[in-house]
Write a protein that binds this ligand. Structure first.
Ligand code: A3P
Length: 293
């Protein structure tokens, strides 16, 4: 293992944490926010935390300090990468309702989730914009030296061999699980962009927390791209804390359709064939164009 390569080290660490994560004790009132990376996870978490604001007393922390990222280390000290405890170890002492972030596939989640049936919010984003967002994020991280060029990244994304594996497998597995389960909510980034107020209402109903019209409006105002980008509690680039040691840009563009600035015509055609083939028979659709509402 090369400890200077966070991406690689992160994968190693992830495997090291998996047995403990599988055995974690879950609470019925936990809320999991799960996604394939770069799909709007932080956005969804911010909305959930605001809905729970009255139940939580530690909201002075940034969202990255407040919400445990299940499979991630507690720090970025690469010299000690083999010994850094996982953030999942913080769960025990947290008060309820706990909000937990994860990008894990379902078979790696705590087994106790099947028994306790906590609420799970899954957020998905069209794969072209997800790929572009992930490409820009990974490009800035050490550890993915072979994926620095877009054609390389695109190829791995299509094959499911890039960081975090196949988008298709991740999204389709959660889609199938969410459809008929009242404890699971499947959101789409593009719907949140089109109707943020509707998305906040949907999330609050799912969490069984009614909001006054004034609270709803406040959450919507606090959850726009520009509000979150200028807020040090949601934008790690403005936060002098631990996470800022990763030179990544969290709030890059936040748009639907930025893929057009990256995909060549040939890449787009081949991706459309793959997308049609993989999603055939699933009833799952995505929007790839910005809404003009
Ligand atoms: P871009 O890289 O396309 O800008 P995640 O939190 O899962 O890592 O997702 C990050 C992506 O969500 C980034 O996409 C980021 O800009 C976008 N995002 C975060 N908050 C947003 C918001 N309030 N509105 C629109 N996009 C948002």
């Amino acid at each position: 293992m090369d400890p200077n390569k966070l991406g690689y080290a992160h994968e190693i660490i992830l495997k090291q944490y998996l047995p403990d994560i599988a055995n974690l004790e879950i609470r019925h009132d936990d809320v999991f926010v799960i996604s394939y990376p770069k799909s709007g996870t932080t956005w969804t978490l911010h909305i959930v935390c605001q809905i729970f604001k009255e139940d939580r007393n530690n909201t002075d922390k940034s969202i990255f300090e407040e919400i445990p990222y299940l499979e991630f280390p507690q720090g970025h000290d690469l010299a000690a990468i083999d010994t850094i405890p996982g953030q999942y170890e913080l769960l025990d002492i947290m008060s309820s309702p706990r909000v937990i972030k994860s990008h894990l596939k379902p078979h790696n989640l705590p087994r106790d989730m099947k028994v306790k049936a906590p609420k799970v919010i899954y957020v998905a984003r069209n794969p072209k914009d997800t790929a572009v967002s992930a490409y820009n994020f990974c490009k800035l991280l050490p550890g993915f030296p072979t994926l620095e060029e877009w054609p390389d990244f695109f190829e791995h994304f299509c094959k499911g061999t890039g960081p975090r594996g196949s988008w298709f497998e991740h999204v389709l597995t959660y889609w199938k699980q969410s459809r008929n389960d009242p404890n699971k909510l499947f959101l789409k980034f593009e719907d949140m962009k089109k109707d943020l107020k509707g998305a906040v209402s949907t999330i609050s109903e799912f969490l069984e927390r009614s909001l006054s019209e004034a609270s709803l409006d406040l959450i919507v105002n606090n959850s726009t791209f520009s509000a979150m980008r200028s807020n040090p509690k949601t934008n790690p680039d403005l936060n002098p804390g631990e996470l800022n040691k990763i030179p990544a840009q969290f709030f890059r563009k936040g748009k639907v359709g930025d893929w057009k600035n990256y995909f060549t015509v040939a890449q787009n055609e081949s991706f459309d064939v793959l997308y049609t083939e993989k999603l055939r028979g699933s009833d799952l659709t995505f929007e790839f164009e910005p809404s003009h509402l």
